[in-house]
Design a protein around this ligand. Structure first.
Ligand SMILES: Nc1ncnc2c1ncn2[C@@H]1O[C@H](COP(=O)(O)OP(=O)(O)OP(=O)(O)O)[C@@H](O)[C@H]1O
Length: 316
């Protein structure tokens, strides 16, 4: 399903959770939704799932409004961090209820996923551990095959092997049944290989919407002897530097042309990729940065960050 939001605003009393968010997401891709705590991810997903109504602005899914539009919402699934299950009954009951709600439900697939995550169908949901409840939510989200499926940190309670099993299942099922999937996560490095496009929001505003590869191509790790690294990176936008004895690795933001790359090679420097998480940290202001959520004097008037470039130049 295709998603369009226009100048979306959501206020909870005095708190502005979404502050004029305009976004266009094509159908049939896996999107990563990234943002710091309180940046508005859950608020956005809740509006897309029609769990909440926006204060102002427009939301259209496949060209149609979502709020109180059952024909559209039955095709949308949002799995939250607490799973998407009722507290009454066992896993089988939760599955039965989901089947009744979801027109694209695949019961055989749901049973195979219960087995994959080691969930006893007869176990009461109330008696499940946090991780088991998360896994049940994930089963419901995957087997629902909703044309718009969103996971809001829903797999956070699961242990590492279960999360890996979820990522593998998600990718395999998405290849077999393409649909629009949004994954909101703080486990950026763990999930980033799944993302085709990345949406970064900060304080309710769009910071970046890019293909993953394009975003990653904006960062380069320059590694080599400290003096050479310092000389090469002088005048470039350096996001951070790590040192280990005589060796330094600087994270540089921005395109490096062929001449610069040749210069690096001649100086004996290695050029490599940087992690999406590092880009994210810097695009959202870095820990405790001026204007960062919760930082003293956070008012949005802080120093210009790389995000400002993206907002003016590259943001769709
Ligand atoms: N029900 C609510 N009532 C009042 N304020 C709320 C409510 N829900 C969220 N907020 C506020 O709205 C802002 C955005 O919250 P939201 O939950 O959308 O962020 P998030 O990006 O999902 O955060 P996290 O990563 O911590 O889950 C925050 O300032 C939050 O305190």
């Amino acid at each position: 399903m295709r998603i369009e939001t226009e100048d979306l605003v959501l206020r909870y009393g005095d708190v502005t959770a979404l502050d004029g968010l305009t976004l266009n997401l094509e159908a049939g891709k896996i999107y990563g939704l990234l943002g710091r705590n309180g940046s508005g991810k859950t608020s956005l997903l809740s509006i897309l799932a029609a769990f909440r109504r926006q204060t102002s602005g427009g939301v259209r899914i496949d060209g149609r409004p979502v709020f109180e539009n059952g024909a559209v919402t039955s095709r949308i699934s949002l799995i939250r961090d607490t799973g998407e299950t009722l507290d009454i009954g066992n896993a089988e009951d939760a599955i039965f209820f989901a089947e009744w709600l979801r027109p694209d439900w695949d019961g055989d697939y749901a049973r195979s996923l219960l087995d994959l995550f080691g969930i006893d169908p007869k176990k009461n949901v109330k008696e499940m551990s946090k991780g088991q409840r998360s896994a049940l939510g994930v089963v419901i989200g995957l087997a629902g095959r909703a044309p718009l499926t969103m996971f809001d940190e829903s797999y956070l309670g699961m242990d590492a092997p279960s999360r890996q099993a979820f990522y593998d299942a998600l990718l395999a099922d998405y290849m077999a049944h393409p649909r629009t999937i949004i994954l909101s996560t703080h486990l950026i490095e763990e999930v980033s290989s799944l993302f085709e496009e990345v949406v970064i929001i900060d304080r309710g505003r769009l910071v970046a919407h890019e293909e993953s590869q394009t975003l990653l191509a904006r960062g380069t790790a320059v590694t080599g002897p400290v003096a050479q690294v310092e000389a090469f990176t002088a005048g470039l936008k350096v996001l951070g530097t790590r040192r280990l004895g005589p060796t330094a690795s600087a994270m540089v933001y921005g395109d490096l042309d062929d001449a610069r790359r040749a210069q690096a090679a001649a100086a004996g420097l290695d050029l490599g990729p940087i992690a999406m998480q590092d880009l994210f940290v810097h695009l959202t202001g870095g820990p405790g940065a001026p204007g960062a959520p919760g930082a003293p004097g956070a008012s949005g008037t802080g120093e210009e960050s790389p995000a400002a470039e993206l907002r003016t130049g590259e943001t769709r």
